[in-house]
Design a protein around this ligand. Structure first.
Ligand code: ADP
Ligand code: AMP
Ligand code: ZN
Length: 214
């Protein structure tokens, strides 16, 4: 299954992606995670991306497109993949289509997680992540068993640098201007699966599975 997951920052893309990739046994490709990894490792890409990410702006298309083109041609993507956080601009979506055509494959669905802007800031600002395994928690909505510690490996949870209220507001604006047009782009291709993201995590996942298996 070849999937993309769309939605504003804090909608729950990463959370749902973790469940989806377990169920369908496909790799989870999060461009945000890959970019943060590059920043941590101080690679050339990481150095180029950092200032944009800190501000909540988009990293230039050519950098992100090249990274995804390389990633989806790896062996583990043969049976499918889930792209999370990509595409984020029409140029990225067009480049993805071109790359898939070149590879002789196509997307099966574009999952769109819909959440009203009022909920997004609280979700993103309360997000806590594990540096070791990538697990995502929320201080109120999805707390770990022991406060501040990952359930899986007990690493101390951290807050992302870009999860401050001010940066989240900017990221929502960027989403509205540059990414939300992709909803119509995928609707026109007959691939859009709209899901109400303002429900409990399990209920959102149930709706995604029901939609994918329709
Ligand atoms: P995204 O990848 O879209 O930015 P995340 O999956 O990281 O979003 O979720 C953002 C925050 O909201 C996290 O702290 C997560 O635990 C929490 N969250 C995710 N889905 C829900 C939900 N359905 N209800 C409440 N909180 C949620
Ligand atoms: P995310 O982890 O998806 O919330 O992404 C965090 C940040 O990484 C974004 O605010 C952007 O700065 C950058 N980023 C991630 N994916 C992309 C993309 N497809 N295009 C441009 N920038 C991206
Ligand atoms: Zn962990």
């Amino acid at each position: 299954m070849r999937l993309i997951i769309l939605g504003p920052p804090g909608a729950g893309k990463g959370t749902q992606a973790d469940f989806i990739v377990k169920k369908y046994k496909i790799p989870h490709i999060s461009t945000g995670d890959i970019l943060r990894e590059n920043i941590k490792d101080e690679t050339d890409l990481g150095k180029k991306a950092k200032d944009y990410m800190d501000k909540g702006s988009l990293v230039p298309d050519e950098l992100v497109i090249a990274l995804v083109q390389e990633r989806i041609t790896r062996e583990d993507c043969k049976e499918g993949f889930l792209l999370d956080g990509f595409p984020r601009t029409t140029a990225q979506a067009v480049a993805l289509d071109a790359e898939l055509r070149k590879l002789g494959i196509s997307l099966d669905r574009a999952i769109n997680i819909m959440v009203d802007p009022e909920l997004l800031i609280e979700r993103a600002v309360g997000r806590r992540v594990c540096k070791t395994c990538g697990a995502t928690y929320h201080v109120t909505f999805n707390p770990p068993e022991e406060e501040g510690k990952c359930d899986i490996d007990h690493t101390t949870l951290i807050q992302r640098d870009d999860d401050t209220e001010e940066t989240v507001k900017n990221r929502i604006q960027v989403y509205t201007n540059q990414t939300s047009p992709l909803i119509d782009y995928y609707k026109a291709q007959g691939l859009l699966l709209n899901v109400n993201g303002a429900q409990e995590i399990d209920a959102v996942f149930n709706d995604i599975v029901a939609g994918l298996e329709q």
